[in-house]
Ligand binder design. Structure first.
Ligand code: GLU
Length: 493
């Protein structure tokens, strides 16, 4: 390769740091190492409703925990910054105007209501939803007038009505997608920020990205990206799409059925090398019947895009346990083992906070293991018997657990005070006193009817583990409900 290889990951800071980001980062890193290239991290935060600083911080700390090192990014800068898209909004405006002037994009005034009706009709007719071109041919004067009158609008890209977009992917080979299947994508939203599709093309170009390595879910967006590159007169980068991670039932990996937050893996006390090894195993064919323990260097030497199994990788945590156990027992010296245990127990001050919380209930030091235990343990699998003595009905208990789960997933802050306020606010909608609300939560979070203060414990445990324990508790009640229609998740296949 002549031009220096430059690759990137481009996480969106919405929610928990996703294991899929690490899966993609691993290949980007290996590719950069193989070709002496540069690995860039760019934060794609143009969705201002869903993006949070907390999520961005968690993504960076998770990537660091897993040992990733990048040469350019919002945290360390670099020659092509800024590396956070909201800090680049002026840049995108210029490019959108350029497309409008050249006639490759158009202003669209359609209201969300009109678009909803349009989609509903298309669905009824058995067509896949797609913009119908209503604003495609408005005159320049009309557009100017309506903008001057303050009418809300977005900008959409034009797409050829005929022809096929054919491109090469380093994993999936030759791909052909008819333009008839490509939507006239919104590229600039009403808030003046670009959408992902515009920003990704402009940034990949300006940051001189040579290879776009990302998840398979973006494969169908490539025609839009190629078109935009061509409209701008940019060279099109090479593409490598990585097969989706799957739950053991072959549906797309989801937080409902699996553990997807990197924080969860960290809190469980997996070794970063073992998590990496687990992710590496999706890309390297092991000899029949055995999995390979691989160091980074061994992986960099072995990784070949053409050997990737396109059918997707099954995210089987038993395999991770197996790798982790072997790394701990066979490849960790005693000194290292002790140091790793300490690092795990003290990460984010967990042990210290847990001990100080235990101090509020302690009689003697020998009480510590049972007091602190739940805060240092991993996931729980509670039983129906544990919830049997509660004063709430099973339906009420399930509603409490579901509401608490929603709080654990969505609360922007995860402090004891904020969590308590939110739980207390459930009294009215659920019609249950706070004391009864906390009872099932003590069991779900702490494993027993009584224990350390609830929301303080939740704050020590962190979002990923709380979510996990609440979901496990909720499952106890879900099992009592009739089975879900089979195949409802298959649409992801
Ligand atoms: N922001 C996108 C994501 O979070 C990045 C996709 C890409 O790498 O182009 O998945």
């Amino acid at each position: 390769m002549h031009t220096p290889v430059r690759v990137r990951i481009a996480p969106s800071p919405t929610g928990e740091p996703h294991i899929g980001t690490a899966y993609t980062a691993l290949v980007n890193e290996a590719f950069a190492k193989q070709y002496g290239g540069t690995f860039v991290v760019r934060v794609e935060d143009t969705d201002q409703v869903r993006s949070t600083k907390e999520s961005e911080d968690a993504i960076f700390s998770s990537l660091k925990w897993l040992g990733f090192e990048w040469q350019e990014g919002p945290d360390i800068g670099g020659p092509y910054g800024p590396y956070r898209q909201t800090e680049r909004r002026e840049i995108y405006k210029k490019y959108v105007n350029d497309l409008l002037e050249k006639g490759h994009a158009f202003v669209c005034f359609c209201t969300p209501e009109r678009l909803d009706t349009m989609r509903a009709i298309q669905k009824k007719l058995g067509k896949s939803p797609k913009y119908d071109g209503q604003c495609l041919n408005l005159s320049k004067e009309e557009v100017a007038q309506r903008i001057a009158a303050g009418e809300p609008h977005v900008v959409r890209m034009k797409v050829p009505t005929e022809g096929v977009c054919t491109f090469h992917d380093h994993v999936f080979g030759e791909i052909s997608i008819p333009y008839a299947d490509v939507d006239m994508q919104v590229i600039m939203k009403g808030d003046g920020l670009p959408t992902y599709h515009l920003a990704v093309v402009v940034d990949d170009h300006l940051m001189k990205i040579t290879h776009v390595i990302r998840g398979e879910e973006w494969l169908s967006s490539v025609p839009k990206h190629i078109l935009l590159h061509q409209y701008f007169g940019f060279a099109v980068p090479e593409f490598m799409h990585l097969p989706v991670l799957r739950n053991p039932d072959r549906t797309k990996l989801s937080k409902r059925k699996n553990h997807t937050s990197i924080s969860w893996f960290e809190r469980q006390g997996y070794l970063p090398v073992a998590v990496r090894n687990f992710l590496m195993s999706f890309f390297v064919q092991a000899a029949e019947g055995e999995e390979e323990m691989l160091t980074n260097e061994e992986f960099y030497a072995k990784f070949k895009p053409e050997n990737i199994n396109r059918a997707g990788a099954v995210f089987d945590l038993q395999k991770l346990d197996w790798f982790n156990g072997r790394w701990l027992r066979e490849r960790t010296s005693d000194a290292d083992f002790l140091q790793q245990v300490q690092a795990w127990a003290t990460q984010r001050g967990t042990l210290k906070q847990a001990l100080l919380l235990a101090k509020t209930r302690i009689g003697k030091f020998a009480d510590l293991p049972s007091l602190v235990g739940p805060l240092l343990s991993g996931s729980f699998t509670p039983t129906a018997e544990q919830f049997a003595g509660l004063k709430t009905t099973p339906a009420q208990t399930a509603a409490i657990l579901a509401a608490a789960l929603e709080i654990a997933e969505k609360s922007p802050q995860f402090t004891a005070e904020v969590l308590w306020e939110k739980l207390k606010a459930l009294e009215e909608p659920l019609g249950v006193k706070a004391r009864l609300i906390t009872a099932p939560l003590f069991i779900a979070i702490g494993g027993k009817a009584q224990g350390l203060p609830l929301t303080e414990s939740m704050a020590v445990l962190g979002r990923a583990l709380c979510r996990d324990r609440l979901r496990a508790a909720l499952n106890v009640f879900a099992e009592a409900k009739p089975e879900q229609e089979p195949g409802t998740d298959d649409k992801h296949l």
